[in-house]
Ligand binder design. Structure first.
Ligand SMILES: Nc1ncnc2c1ncn2[C@@H]1O[C@H](COP(=O)(O)OP(=O)(O)OP(=O)(O)O)[C@@H](O)[C@H]1O
Length: 340
């Protein structure tokens, strides 16, 4: 098998992981090896966000609200505050019967505290667990919002849709982020790859964020008991039970995201027929009608072979057979597109 099924990988990585974990215990202080992350008090973050003022609200997701904060050092950050009353059209979908909401903030802290990459929206710090207050998470501030906004916002106050050079760069950077997760030890599966979770920084570089649903391929019990989840329109149809989870689950969602970048259409858009990206784009690609899936708002790639290759890469990522989706992620294949 050329890809990582979480089930197959977990026994190998569990041993490895424990090996790494044991070492700090031998140290006399019993402290964690390095304290890279800041521990904030609730008050610190109240003052950073003007008491969670509406004017500091950056956006809302299914788990809660995100505020812009400024630390005493002057650093700009994003503060995630869970809320049980938030509802959103883009709410994540548990696809099994279990609608319990495991603590996504705790999960995100656990995942991000073991990762660091320029391609990820990295963790800066968090508040301690406290029975009376929700735990807050502090991550890098991304001043240009999400890729979803960049691609789909028609507001006059936003810049025009990105050109091809930009789109290819954003697609590559997202592929690189996913590759970083899948090749880390233990591998991490994001489970919610979508344009709303790709954030754009002040240099217009893309970083992958929102690790609330991510799973490390290490904890067998957690993996077996975590029901499938993700976002409608991006969700791998093969991922129906916990043991179907694999890195190819993320590859499928990336394929939809790549089609979104190519076409400028949303993963599901009820104003079109058919509303699903998959049902619309794949038959056109099969018939060789590559140009017709390209975003009419911008000049498509000049070279017909590049247009074809990008569309074919996306189609390979969303293949029904997981085994036939690209391995080692799409980075290499997209690189091919640029060289050609
Ligand atoms: N690091 C950040 N910097 C700037 N804005 C951010 C940052 N993180 C999130 N946001 C803003 O907050 C919004 C909500 O983000 P969040 O990650 O909570 O939810 P989501 O990914 O949009 O939805 P869901 O939780 O349903 O997947 C984003 O759409 C974005 O506009």
């Amino acid at each position: 098998m050329g890809y990582l099924s979480c089930k197959a990988e977990s026994s190998i990585s569990t041993a490895d992981h424990h090996h790494h974990r044991r070492r700090p215990e031998k140290e006399p202080t019993e402290k964690k090896p390095t304290k890279k992350f800041q521990e904030f008090s609730y008050k610190d973050l109240e003052s950073a966000t003007n008491n969670f003022s509406q004017t500091k609200l950056l956006g809302r997701g299914s788990h809660g609200l995100v505020y812009k904060g400024v630390l005493p050092s002057g650093r700009h950050v994003a503060v995630k505050k869970p809320s049980r009353t938030t509802t959103t059209a883009a709410a994540r979908t548990p696809i099994s019967g279990d609608h319990s909401n495991p603590n996504e903030v705790d999960n995100e802290i656990e995942i991000l505290s073991n990762l660091h990459s320029p391609r990820l929206v990295n963790l800066i710090g968090f508040t301690k667990s406290d029975h009376h207050k929700d735990r807050l998470l502090v991550v890098e501030f991304m001043s240009n919002g999400t890729l979803y906004d960049v691609l789909h916002s028609n507001s006059n106050s936003r810049p025009p849709p990105p050109n091809w050079g930009r789109r290819i760069k954003l697609a590559l950077q997202t592929a690189k982020a996913i590759e970083t997760l899948h090749s880390s030890n233990p591998p991490v599966i994001h489970r919610d790859i979508k344009s709303a979770n790709v954030l754009i920084d002040s240099n217009f570089d893309a970083k992958l964020g929102d690790f609330g649903l991510a799973l490390r391929c290490v904890d067998d019990h957690k993996l077996r008991s975590t029901p499938p989840a993700g976002t409608m329109g991006y969700l791998d149809p093969c991922y129906l039970t916990p043991d179907n989870l694999s890195t190819k689950t993320d590859v499928f969602s990336f394929g939809i995201l790549l089609l979104e970048i190519i076409s400028g259409r949303k993963a599901i858009d009820v104003f079109y027929s058919p509303p699903s990206m998959l049902d619309w784009a794949i038959p056109l690609i099969r018939r060789g009608k590559f140009l017709s899936i390209y975003d009419p708002r911008v000049v498509p790639p000049k070279d017909g072979s590049v247009r074809k290759m990008l569309a074919v890469v996306a189609a390979k990522c969303v293949r029904t057979s997981r085994e036939r989706r690209p391995v080692g992620l799409v980075m290499g294949i997209l690189g091919e597109c640029i060289r050609n």
